[in-house]
Design a protein around this ligand. Structure first.
Ligand SMILES: [Zn+2]
Length: 148
């Protein structure tokens, strides 16, 4: 069933709502996405361009001869990816959704530059933000509470 889901950048200047048809998403490992996001990979949800309504227009980074990327010039959040021509679809970054929890990775793309050491991380110890006393004190001193 299709749902309307909202999202946006870290500072809130760029906001969107998008029609989401299913829970399928993917990880892109290509070097262009690694460089554009500064991340080892980026989680994307593919949607129809016509199903994305902007409320607070994004800025568009002309990232290559074939693609542009929506982002926020104020806070720098990467919001997605779009081919300049030849596709009615675009990608939105999974973590820019207000509730990213429903999406599940269904495949890896750009596997030629996949950093394998970052894929299988289940064996690593896990620490919560709230376990790091120095960070908790900084937040509480600055705002009275931890961020949501
Ligand atoms: Zn922003």
């Amino acid at each position: 069933m299709a749902d309307q889901m909202s999202g946006g950048c870290a500072c809130g200047r760029v906001r969107y709502s998008a029609t989401i048809e299913n829970d399928e998403a993917y990880l892109c490992h290509c070097r262009m996405c690694q460089r554009a996001t500064g991340s080892v990979s980026i989680a994307f949800k593919n949607v129809k361009q016509a199903d994305v309504k902007w409320d607070g227009e994004p800025d568009w980074y002309d990232s290559s001869p074939i693609a542009i990327r929506p982002y926020c010039r104020e806070c720098g959040t990467s919001i997605g990816f779009q081919f300049k021509e030849g596709s009615e679809n675009m990608d939105l970054t999974v973590a820019s959704f207000d509730d990213p929890t429903r999406f599940k990775p269904k495949h890896h793309f750009g596997a030629e530059s996949l950093h394998r050491a970052w894929i299988n991380t289940e064996r690593l110890p896990e620490y919560k933000t709230s376990d790091y006393d120095v960070l908790v004190k900084k937040w509480v001193d600055a705002t009275g509470k931890m961020p949501e």
